[in-house]
Design a protein. Structure first.
Length: 544
């Protein structure tokens, strides 16, 4: 019956879960099609700075066809990527293993002997993504380390583990060499020059994005990737309520104004469109009746890393703080809180539009008043310096951003609702208790760093004025659980209520990792794909 299908598996999304699924399923002998809403990018195509909104921001209806997007909700502002290779194109390439305690909480606790099972899959993920300890520390990392020493935290300072091809001590940065990771089966690569451009698209072929490892190898084996293709419907074939006979997947162009629909038939589906993308798509498919059996827990248990973005700006800094990798080092303030030194490349100053001077007051009307008062005092006391701090140009060169993350758990929900200002259709909204935006020890650390470096402590306008945190690490929405009364998928990533349907992305994570989730998504998907039986006479794995 294989001839009745266009593909054995259709994978929706080409991020960490989608690319892993594509490679491992293709290795097992299946015909795989990957539907990716974003564009395909090459190193030479990336913008030279993030002021080039048309090539950085993804809002195709506005004519912006980049690879980065910000979506604002009542409880959180979500930073995410959209491209062939998913978030790997714009993420900071920081790949950390979460602490073992995350497996003991949430709806996945007890479903597996996680602490004994996962290390093997993390090792595979690290090998495939080329994870190594960062060897390129810049001036911003020095500021972090010096502040840690003054505050008695020097023993907790660490170099990040990153998916970046770095030069050996004797090598010249920027040199191109044959594939160093897969025995010649991968593309040529170049060593990192420490330009800080990881999050605006690596223009020097050094960052280990998915289109250079998992997805690259999958395409060599026959996986077909459909770029600029948005999935709008998934429904069971042959009136089978549970999908046992396969699915029809309907797509449209994500970039064309008037796009006709295209239908694909497949035996099985893997949702891997990111925590936000998969959750929203499934909510819409459940609402319209295409997939009514999906658990009512869909959209629940959405988490972040409880982040806060703060930092230091030094107007006229002699050192170029943009030098280094995007996230080069970190320090633990306590067992639940750590800070990573983060940067953008010189000239990429657009994020400065969201930054203002910091205030140490808790959220609420008093915080807004305290911010206004602090701003006025600064303008009166030193107007020229204050204006230099607040104007965006030179921000990347003069700033070190502190990304603070915590393992403290807090959950919100995502729902489709009609908004009073747009009642025509339902939009995705957040619901539930607020996620904290004020981390006192992180603010104090930033103030101390500013004093030591001769700069000004900074924070996000969205956090200070609107009490909305910002995250690049949205997780949950389709949590793993024992049954549909608690979650959306089982321990093998199978969707409750359906056959031949899987979810493999950040939406399945059932606890706050406290670290960047990309490596965990990769390892979980490796485990999920291992449990899918290969076709008879399937080819051997090209990469063990």
């Amino acid at each position: 019956m294989r001839h009745d299908y266009d593909f054995d598996y259709i994978v929706i999304g080409s991020g960490f879960g989608g690319s892993v699924s594509a490679l491992r399923l293709t290795e097992k002998g299946y015909r795989v099609g990957v539907m990716e809403m974003g564009r395909r990018w090459n190193a030479a195509d990336f913008p030279k700075s993030n002021w080039n909104f048309a090539r950085w921001i993804w809002r195709p209806r506005l004519g912006l066809k980049g690879f980065f997007n910000i979506r604002f909700f009542r409880h959180v502002a979500v930073l995410h990527g959209c491209a062939v290779g998913g978030g790997s194109i714009t993420y900071a390439a920081t790949l950390l293993v979460p602490p073992d305690r995350v497996w003991k909480s949430g709806t996945w606790a007890g479903l597996e002997d996680w602490t004994n099972v996962m290390p093997r899959h993390f090792a595979t993920a690290e090998r495939m993504l080329g994870v190594t300890e960062n060897s390129i520390l810049g001036p911003g990392d020095s500021i972090l380390k010096q502040t840690a020493e003054v505050t008695g935290l020097e023993k907790s300072f660490y170099r990040t583990r990153v998916g970046i091809f770095q030069p050996r001590p004797s090598e010249v940065p920027g040199e191109t060499c044959p594939d160093p990771f897969f025995g010649g089966k991968g593309p040529d690569r170049a060593t990192c020059i420490g330009c800080g451009g990881c999050m605006t698209g690596c223009r020097h072929n050094a960052k280990n994005t998915l289109d250079k490892n998992y997805l690259y190898l999958a395409e060599k084996l026959g996986t077909q990737v459909f770029a600029e293709t948005r999935v709008v419907d998934v429904k069971p074939l042959n009136s089978s309520a549970d999908g046992q006979h396969g699915y029809e997947v309907t797509t449209r162009s994500s970039t064309a104004w008037q796009a006709s629909s295209r239908n694909f038939r497949c035996r099985a589906v893997v949702f891997a469109a990111s925590a936000l993308g998969t959750t929203e798509l499934l909510l819409r498919l459940k609402l319209k009746g295409s997939l009514p059996r999906v658990s009512d827990k869909l959209g629940d248990s959405v988490r972040t890393n409880a982040e806060s973005l703060i930092g230091v700006r030094i107007p006229g800094s002699r050192a170029d703080l943009s030098n280094g990798v995007a996230i080069g080092s970190g320090v633990y303030l306590d067992e639940e809180t750590h800070i990573e030194a983060t940067r953008y490349p010189a000239g990429s100053d657009a994020m400065a539009l969201l930054v203002t001077i910091i205030v140490a007051t808790k959220p609420g009307p008093l915080r807004i008043l305290a911010w206004i008062a602090a701003l006025l005092r600064s303008l009166v006391r030193n107007p020229i310096r204050t204006l230099r701090v607040l104007q965006p140009f030179g921000f990347a060169r003069e700033s070190v951003i502190f990304l603070c993350m915590q393992t403290i758990d807090g959950q919100i929900r995502m729902r489709l609702r009609r908004r009073w200002f747009w009642p025509i259709c339902r939009t995705l909204v957040s619901d539930g208790p607020r996620i904290p935006t004020f981390i006192s020890q992180a603010n104090a650390f930033a103030v101390k760093a500013a004093r030591l470096a001769g700069g000004t402590a900074m924070g996000l306008i969205t956090e200070i004025i609107f009490n909305i945190p910002t995250t690049a690490h949205l997780m949950g929405g389709c949590p793993m659980a024992e049954g549909p009364e608690h979650g959306v998928i089982d321990r093998f990533h199978r969707v409750f209520g359906y056959k031949n349907m899987y979810i493999c992305d950040g939406s399945v994570i059932a606890g706050n990792l406290g670290v960047n989730p990309s490596l965990t998504i990769t390892a979980l998907t490796e485990r999920a794909m291992e449990n899918i039986e290969p076709l008879p006479k399937a080819p051997f794995q090209v990469v063990p």
